[in-house]
Design a protein around this ligand. Structure first.
Ligand code: SF4
Length: 371
């Protein structure tokens, strides 16, 4: 039986995401520590584990990476459970005001997102190069196509694909990207929803946008500025030395450095078991971004979208202003905090704006922009 999430700072010192627990349950609300912290403690709490194996508490249970998703354990004091759906006994919306017609099966919930018709108000994304996204792509893509909604292929898919081919530093073929686009299209009716390809700094450098527009006839390109799970670039874990070297050569930041002979020796001995592949943070500028969107349209992108994280309120307002000037079609604001398992636990818990709070900010900023 799971235990309820602790309020205040009590949750800080014992989390299922890191496999830690405290010796007693009535912990200090300020630090999460047992009120009497003893020398001969028989259990591992967050503090004791991080004091000698700190990296093990950085990521949510790495042994489940590729087979799990992860979420924050912090109680943000405002979430979906605080909302109620209020129905009315007078009139109807989305259907004729007629008791014989206004039956739930007849309700029309079609909508348009960025000018694209959707059978349901759902925009599903983004599923990038992480193992859990790759493994579940068929179910997600087919489900979205059959449901008439959109799905986003996330960042780094071409860069992580072992079978990608490059010419002059630009991608000209990727088995994985091609497979993902075709799998959606196989079940797509050509009208409702669409498949979107997301591009981060590395993807743009590798020419993923031009490749998918010109070779795979993708209509929509998403520029990525961040995600809700962490206000940094995307990450994955690599347990193969040759692959780590290959990714470094393709332009990714890989730590520890897989080309360092000392690191290679440590990996062969087993004292280093995996590498982290990091993506860069975009750091967009107004003028550059407006020109970038114009360039994407010249390349053939029918629509351009932004995916951003849950940055500070001034950045939320700035994002809306830039998007408005660049005339992008859709913005996705990703609320804190969860992901596919490569967001450090402290970042999932402590960084960014939770979804409900973020939606209020976005609404307020949009209202100001409208004036
Ligand atoms: S080390 Fe101290 S705070 Fe951590 S579980 Fe043991 S007694 Fe509690």
């Amino acid at each position: 039986m799971t235990e309820r999430v602790d309020k205040n700072s009590s949750y800080l010192n014992a989390m299922s995401t890191t496999g830690t627990r405290t010796r007693v349950k009535d912990v200090s609300p300020t630090s999460g520590m047992c009120p009497i912290c003893i020398r001969e403690c028989p259990v591992l709490c967050e503090i004791s584990l991080s004091s000698f194996r700190g990296r093990e508490v950085l990521y949510p249970s790495p042994e489940y990476f590729g087979e799990s998703t992860a979420a924050s354990l912090k109680d943000y004091y405002l979430d979906w459970s605080h909302f109620q759906i209020l129905s009315t006994v007078r009139g109807a919306k989305g259907i004729e005001e007629n008791p014989d017609v206004a039956f739930f099966e007849n309700v029309d919930i079609e909508t348009t997102i960025g000018g694209i018709p959707h059978k349901l108000p759902i925009w599903c994304g983004a599923y990038g190069s992480t193992l859990v996204a790759k493994k579940n792509w068929d179910g997600l893509a087919i489900g979205c196509a059959l449901s008439g909604v959109s799905i986003v292929i996330g960042e780094n898919v071409c860069g992580m694909d072992l079978n990608s081919r490059f010419e002059n530093g630009k991608v000209v073929h990727s088995d994985d990207m091609s497979y993902r686009v075709k799998k959606f299209r196989e079940f797509w009716d050509g009208k409702y929803g669409d498949v979107i390809v997301q591009t981060n700094v590395e993807d743009a450098r590798l020419g993923v946008d031009v490749y998918v527009i010109s070779k795979l006839e993708v209509n929509i390109i998403e520029r990525k500025w961040g995600q809700g799970a962490k206000a940094i670039g995307g990450e994955v874990r690599i347990s193969d030395l040759d692959r780590a070297i290959q990714l470094k050569k393709r332009g990714y930041i890989v730590i520890p450095d897989p080309e360092d002979p000392v690191v290679q020796e440590a990996f062969k001995r087993g004292s280093i078991r995996s590498f982290e592949r990091h993506s860069r943070v975009g750091m967009p500028r107004l003028k550059d971004f407006v020109e970038d969107v114009e360039w994407l349209r010249e390349q053939g992108a029918k629509k351009v979208t932004i995916k951003t994280g849950c940055y500070r309120p001034a950045d939320v307002a700035w994002t809306l202003k830039v998007a408005s000037e660049a005339k992008v079609d859709v913005i996705t604001f990703d609320g804190a905090g969860g992901g596919t398992g490569m967001s450090p636990v402290p970042m999932m818990n402590e960084m960014g704006i939770p979804t409900v709070h973020l939606e209020a900010l976005v609404l307020k900023a949009a209202q100001i922009l409208k004036k």
